[in-house]
Ligand binder design. Structure first.
Ligand code: AMP
Length: 546
């Protein structure tokens, strides 16, 4: 065949190469763990990333090997994103908010050879290290020699200093070319039943996702923008913002660990942030800070919100009180993560109420993603905006099989991935999440396993049946509440049930209320009907001001 176009692989290193060559003076500004600001241009970031690739070579990192990170959003973490993937290894971002047990499970499953960590996580790493199976050969602390924390590690795991390694390396490294279907990064999700599962992104899926996210109808970043990913880099690659911002030539402002309203407002105004993205809990804290202090946002034009449903009142408040547009998005780890986006536009003839209702939906599918809703037998349901069904997706950055499992094993016979969300889609293609079929709770952007809490509650000698469901919460979007039924002839002391859970799960997992009920609703097959329980108790905390 004649006249075909060039066939260049879509590689993550291509983003770094591009930004260094054409936007080398745009910058990455990072707030360190001590609150200080660090700034560096992209030309320097490229050189340091190549130097880091040399460090990784020196530490024996092989193609395809997993290199873990436990780190905040900052420039060293970005260096790792590019150096690890760019050299052909897999950047495995680990969520530090999980328990040491879950972190050890995830790191053992991934068989991470190295772990890079911020100084803040030294106690966590010390707790996790003895639980690891033997693949890990070194922990590298992302700091200078003077900041190195003391850390006791089991024999066979070396403790190294990031800047010492960087000082000892050179920059003689050219980003290699390889197949774009090579694995680039790995992220585990706890958003399903059972143990966390890994989603392995390829270079191709990552670059396509970055390009789609940069479309004008999505985040649409461009040179001169200053983008602030509040969403952590350990949450689905900060929703792709690190790649998307750099591919567009926008500067990156990295918040580190300081995500309270005052710190975020301060960073936004002092650094001239134009776009930021995060979960509703963070924006609620910002809104409260602005309202109580009277501070204004001087440069922010748009905020991307996802991870949990954005309350319409928040969309309205940011627009009316601060002139900031909220763009509501939906996605998941299995979708890299962005699947739908509610882009800003003004529609003729719409009332204010209609406009707010439209803007509150999770948006339209990105080009590259197809979505549909089905009934429980898998039959497609109409996109009429009224019918709700199981949300399915397929596309260029959707997981095919979980890490370690067969390709295609996460899909149905027609190649659709079932999200576990329940949604309606209107004739304009606007998707609205109406419920969740998966049995989990999402609190402040983090997952809580209802099944794990139920199993622990059943350890209490007075408890016959236990069910944990999500109740709405003004700050955390959702909080778990535990509904228990007593064994015949027994009385339940709610505090004693909490006592059984305490110490066995992270404190923020503890239910906000224990409700003693006479029985639980069941489905035809005898399972507890979470749907009916959720309906019954959804407003429990809000109504009582808990
Ligand atoms: P994760 O894999 O941790 O990113 O979580 C993905 C899940 O978060 C989705 O399957 C939804 O249940 C939920 N989610 C994400 N974005 C939204 C949103 N805008 N509204 C409601 N739920 C959301």
């Amino acid at each position: 065949m004649f006249g075909l176009m060039q066939d260049r692989p879509l590689l993550i290193s291509g983003i770094m190469r591009h930004v260094a060559r054409f936007h080398g003076s745009a910058e990455i500004v990072s707030r360190g763990v001590d609150g200080s600001l660090h700034r560096m241009d992209y030309a320097t970031l490229d050189r340091r990333s190549r130097r880091l690739a040399r460090v990784l070579q020196g530490l024996g990192v092989q193609t395809g090997e997993r290199v873990a990170t436990l780190a905040w959003n900052g420039y060293r973490h970005v260096e790792l994103y590019y150096a690890v993937s760019g050299m052909g290894a897999v950047c495995h971002t680990v969520n530090p908010r999980l328990t040491p047990d879950d972190i050890a499970y995830i790191m053992n499953d991934a068989a991470d050879g190295l772990l890079f960590t911020d100084t803040t996580f030294a106690p966590l790493v010390a707790a996790v290290a003895p639980l690891l199976g033997g693949a890990l050969r070194a922990v590298v602390v992302m700091c200078a020699r003077a900041e190195m924390p003391a850390m006791a590690l089991p024999p066979g795991i070396a403790l190294l200093c990031y800047e010492d390694l960087m000082d000892a390396a050179d920059e003689e490294f050219d980003w290699p070319e390889f197949d774009e279907r090579t694995a680039a990064s790995l992220c585990y999700t706890s958003g399903t039943t059972g143990r966390p599962k890994g989603v392995l992104y390829s270079h191709r899926s990552t670059v396509l996702h970055s390009m789609a996210v940069n479309a004008a109808a999505v985040m649409g970043l461009k040179p001169g923008d200053r983008a602030l990913p509040i969403v952590p880099m350990f949450h689905v690659n900060a929703w792709g913002m690190v790649y998307a911002a750099m591919a567009s030539g926008a500067s990156l402002i990295m918040p580190g660990r300081h995500l309270d309203g005052a710190s975020v407002a301060n960073l936004m105004n002092s650094e001239g942030v134009t776009f930021a993205a995060g979960v509703p809990t963070v924006w609620l804290a910002l809104l409260q800070h602005l309202r109580t202090t009277g501070e204004r946002l001087h440069t922010v034009k748009r905020l991307g919100i996802g991870g949990s449903a954005c309350p319409p009142a928040m969309i309205d408040a940011f627009a009316r009180e601060y002139g900031v547009i909220i763009e509501h998005a939906w996605g998941m780890t299995e979708c890299s993560p962005v699947g739908t986006y509610n882009t800003h536009r003004v529609m003729d003839g719409e009332t204010e109420a209609e406009s707010l209702s439209r803007r509150s939906k999770q948006g339209q599918a990105l080009f590259g993603i197809d979505i549909r809703i089905t009934d429980d037998e898998g039959g497609a349901l109409p996109h009429d905006g009224k019918t709700s069904g199981n949300l399915q997706m397929r596309g260029n950055w959707v997981c095919s099989g979980y890490y370690g499992q067969e390709p295609g094993s996460a899909l149905d016979a027609e190649g659709w991935f079932t999200t576990g969300d329940v949604a309606s889609i209107d004739p304009q293609g606007q998707m609205l999440i109406t419920d969740r079929a998966k049995d989990v709770i999402k609190s402040g952007g983090e997952w809580i396993s209802s099944i794990e809490l139920e199993n622990l509650a059943l350890l209490h000698p007075d408890v016959a049946e236990a069910a944990v469901v999500a109740a709405e919460h003004p700050k955390w979007a959702e909080r778990p509440i535990l509904v228990v039924v007593a064994k015949q002839g027994h009385d339940i002391d709610p505090e004693a049930v909490i006592g059984v859970l305490r110490g066995r799960v992270a404190n923020w997992w503890l239910p906000d209320a224990v409700i003693v009920d006479s029985d639980l609703p069941h489905t035809a097959t005898g399972k507890v009907s979470k749907l009916r329980l959720r309906q019954k108790y959804r407003g429990y905390l809000v109504e009582r001001g808990i």
